[in-house]
Design a protein around this ligand. Structure first.
Ligand code: NAD
Ligand code: TYD
Length: 379
């Protein structure tokens, strides 16, 4: 039985990874550690928690006593650290929280792992490590900064983050590498491009657009919608992390992305078209729409679901123009390739959001409404 600590397991990617891990392996035991901030929802993983293979602990990755207690009790072999403050716009409003969680929280976990996993010293005084242990840091392509119209991020691209979020993630990566280089800690890092899929919090572009259409609200597009992101279906990311954790050499860093670049405006237009088509094909779905004006056919109208919903708003400060990942290393070394193409993935994601509107409503309560009012009011 392998013992995992998965942090941030009630968030978007962490919950998808937790489900993937429990489905893929019979011989793993997992502690899901999550502080349940606004972005973490226990309901997402309620069905995965049991008394044998998956235990939930509500707590802060920055809590030293808690981390030591969990390492002592569960004898983790593997830590996969997803826990983070993850939204760029929020990092522009409150950078300090990002530094505390993303940098100091990661460093606290690294220290707890070091205390638990170091078995002694070799003749040269270097720490010796328990066999088979691994600390995996889930990072982002945003640590590389922004690309122009050409080129891709490779693992050799210098770190040049711009936002407080990406600066905090780059700092965490450097601390992880410092523990590798100083103490010989068996670590790995994956730097992935933008994810989309089930259970993504509606502050992020794709679920925000779907949700705003259902709410009958305008769709805020920053600047002219020209910024480019490289989108990856979340399950493909989870598979990449699993490969790196189980087969990647200790100390390795891998970029993860599927050559799936789209301008934001293209993404928004695709979602508008797809939501409208799904509502045409399956009229029962129209009950989800807040706007319930009946058309001549006696059904709620959907002719307003078009590009007129788009509202170009004030740009994000320091908005990175383009991200694009070169995934050659993970493909050559570990045989990873994305399995879900964008057209399939975006339709699955939209269908998921429509089929699971109760989940969306549960996570977008008053706090989210207040956030939305504040974040978008002056734009
Ligand atoms: P998310 O915001 O959906 O989830 C983050 C989770 O961490 C939440 O459940 C939250 O409650 C938890 N958390 C926050 N602070 C915590 C703390 N102090 N202690 C314990 N738990 C805490 O984020 P996500 O999109 O799932 O991202 C997960 C990780 O993947 C992050 O490290 C992020 O930087 C990275 N990443 C995200 C993307 C993306 O497109 N979303 C892409 C590449 C990398
Ligand atoms: P986001 O989902 O916040 O991810 P990230 O900033 O980590 O890439 O944003 C994706 C892109 O969409 C980014 O270029 C900013 C843009 N965007 C909008 O145009 N409008 C919005 O309301 C949001 C949330 C994002």
């Amino acid at each position: 039985m392998k013992s995992y600590l998965v942090t941030g397991a009630a968030g978007f990617i962490g919950s998808n990874y937790l489900k993937y891990l429990l489905t893929r392996y019979d011989d793993v035991q997992v502690v899901a550690l999550d502080l349940l901030t606004y972005a973490g929802y226990l309901g997402t993983i309620a069905d995965d928690i049991d008394s044998e293979r998956c235990f939930f602990v509500r707590g802060d990755i920055g809590d030293r006593a808690l981390a030591d207690r969990l390492f002592a009790e569960y004898k983790f072999d593997t830590v996969v650290n997803f826990a983070a403050e993850s939204h760029v716009d929020r990092s522009i409003e409150n950078p300090q929280l990002f530094l505390e969680t993303n940098i100091l929280g990661t460093q606290n976990l690294l220290d707890a792992a070091r205390r638990a996993w170091v078995t002694g010293r070799d003749a040269d005084g270097r720490p010796t490590w328990r066999a088979g242990v691994r600390f995996h840091q889930v990072s982002t392509d945003e640590v590389y900064g922004s690309l122009g119209e050409e080129g891709f991020f490779t693992e050799q691209t210098p770190l040049a983050p711009h936002s407080p979020y990406s600066a905090s993630k780059a700092s965490a990566d450097m601390i992880v590498c410092a523990y590798r280089d100083t103490y010989g800690m068996p670590v790995s890092i994956t730097r992935c491009s933008n994810n989309y899929g089930p259970y993504q919090f509606p502050e992020k572009l794709i679920p925000l657009v779907i949700n705003n259409i259902l709410e009958g609200k305008k769709i805020p597009v920053y600047g002219r919608g020209d910024n480019v992101r490289d989108w990856l279906y979340v399950e493909d990311h989870c598979k990449a992390i699993d490969l790196v954790v189980t087969q990647g050499a200790p100390g390795c860093i891998y970029n993860v992305g599927g050559h799936n670049e789209r301008r934001n405006l293209q993404i928004v237009e695709t979602i508008i078209r797809t939501v409208r088509r799904l509502m045409e094909e399956e009229p029962a779905r129209r009950t989800l729409l807040k706007r319930q004006e009946t058309g001549p056919d006696g059904l709620p109208r959907i002719d307003w679901i078009d590009e007129s919903l788009i509202s170009f708003v004030k740009d994000r400060l320091g908005h990175d123009l383009r991200y694009g990942i070169d995934p050659t290393k993970i493909t050559n070394d570990l045989g990873w390739r994305p399995e879900t193409d964008f057209e399939t993935g975006i339709e699955k994601t939209i269908r998921w959001n429509l089929d699971n509107h109760a989940w969306v409503e549960a996570v977008s309560g008053t706090d989210y409404q207040n956030y939305y009012e504040k974040m978008y009011a002056g734009r």
